[in-house]
Design a protein around this ligand. Structure first.
Ligand code: F0G
Length: 440
């Protein structure tokens, strides 16, 4: 059964409630030409019932069609912006597991936790969910070159999807501030890679100018189609739970695209009748890069960027997150919270996630660190049903891991991180007696 509504029912629209201007879905827009606010995709109400949609999503798991095998495009009725699906390039993104982790639950002060592990994606992060949509739209628009600035995962993902789609990929990275695993991916997938002597926020401003001037399609999360794809993380999570809504969804916050996507996806799932209430969203930032936390907690009128963001969790080292207005809306709509955590808290939570046999990159571990703080403060109940989203694979940043376990990890400013759950390798002689003695 196919229940996809025609894509002519899709538009781009201004996110600002006071403007709400609408534009054709085929326009190349990242901000509203009238008021400058962020742009989002909007759709006419779905004609299919919730029961029909759920049945279709489930049936597609048995299909061998590439579109149905994708854990993103399986939910395509929820983002019907394409009129021709031949533009889609899928690496079978999504399809990521929900994993129970008793040790992490205990550490986080919970009875139970499940991790939605986006590190199982083809390039090892949640960016693949959005990138398959952004690249499909680039092809639908006839674009030949795509670009992004990245703390590493967006670039790895964009490089892979652009290569698979036959597009030229231009990648801009903050020099010296991304992990080698991520840089290596961009090179391996053949992207033209520029390392700029500036931070993420400065480079984003730079490439927005270049994109306009050179007619390059921008695939950062200001691109509304990236957000559409990332909504599928929530649809898949709900589908895996037979549409039982958790109490909390916890995720790291950097540029704040992902929380914008999760909130939009959940609200749309609610409107479509797929669920009947919203989970609360909890966004966790690293202390040295926490402008959204400061904004929400100070109740400030103006959003104040952090000029020199710092954290060893380089994925979320962002001081001026572009999507903060959308993120704020989603935190408010879901009655959610924003928390910040220290470098030590991230490092220890990450080691605990590793001890569960799961593992993740540093930015992702901020979730468990944040949960531990939020349960201690009584914000999250010990009995709560919590899904934490691990955004990136453990192998993204092996350097961090090696240093932590050897007690050599230093936070910005030279503060030593304690190797609380350290696990050092031991160098031994090739001598059975000595090794037997060592092993007891
Ligand atoms: N976790 C990981 C592993 C990330 O790579 C990112 C962002 C985030 C969390 C934060 O998500 O920006 O949507 O709030 N990485 C971007 C990049 C910025 O360039 O790869 P966000």
């Amino acid at each position: 059964m196919t229940v996809a509504p025609p894509s002519t029912l899709a538009q781009l629209r201004c996110f600002n409630p006071a403007c709400r201007s609408q534009f054709a879905i085929t326009e190349v827009l990242y901000n509203c030409p009238k008021c400058g606010a962020l742009i989002e995709a909007g759709y006419s109400p779905l004609s299919a019932s919730a029961a029909e949609l759920k049945r279709t999503f489930r049936e597609r798991r048995l299909s061998n069609s590439p579109l149905d095998q994708s854990g993103v495009w399986r939910y395509r009725e929820m983002f019907p912006f394409l009129s021709d699906y031949s533009h889609v390039v899928t690496l079978r993104e999504g399809n990521t597991p929900l994993l129970d982790a008793p040790l992490a639950a205990e550490y986080g002060g919970l009875k139970r936790i499940s991790f939605k592990h986006q590190g199982f994606n083809p390039t090892g992060s949640f960016k693949d969910n959005g990138m398959t949509c952004g690249v499909a739209q680039a092809r639908a628009l006839g674009m030949k070159r795509v670009a992004c600035v990245s703390t590493g995962n967006t670039s790895a993902s964009m490089a892979a999807y652009a290569a698979a789609a036959g597009l030229e990929a231009l990648i801009f990275l903050p020099h010296g501030n991304i992990s080698f695993g991520k840089l290596a991916q961009a090179l391996e997938y053949g992207a033209k890679t520029l390392e700029v002597e500036a931070n993420f926020d400065q480079i984003l401003a730079l490439i927005r100018v270049l994109a306009d001037r050179l007619g390059i399609y921008l695939l950062n999360s200001v691109n509304p189609f990236r957000i559409e794809g990332q909504k599928s993380i929530m649809f898949e999570m709900l589908d895996q739970r037979d549409w039982q809504v958790p109490d909390w969804v916890v995720l790291p916050g950097g540029n704040l695209g992902n929380v914008s996507a999760f909130g939009k996806g959940l609200r749309e799932a609610n409107s479509a009748g797929l669920i009947s209430r919203l989970p609360k969203l909890a966004v966790i930032q690293a202390e040295g890069s926490a402008p959204f936390y400061e904004f929400v907690h100070e109740g400030a009128r103006e959003f104040r960027p952090v000029e020199k963001p710092e954290t060893l969790a380089t994925a979320i080292r962002i001081g001026d997150p572009v999507s903060w207005p959308k993120a704020l809306h989603e935190i408010q709509s879901s009655n959610g919270v924003v928390e910040k955590v220290s470098e030590q808290e991230i490092a220890d939570a990450k080691a605990i996630i590793g001890r569960c046999g799961i593992g993740c990159e540093p930015g992702s571990a901020s979730t468990l660190a944040g949960i531990r703080k939020l349960t201690a403060a009584g914000v999250i109940d010990r009995d709560a049903d919590v899904v934490a989203v691990l955004t990136g694979n453990v192998l993204k940043d092996p350097d961090y891991i090696y240093k932590y376990h050897r007690g050599k990890l230093e936070a910005p400013g030279g503060v030593k991180i304690q190797s609380t759950y350290g696990n050092r390798s031991i160098v031994v002689l090739n001598d059975a007696d000595k090794i037997a003695k060592l092993l007891g």
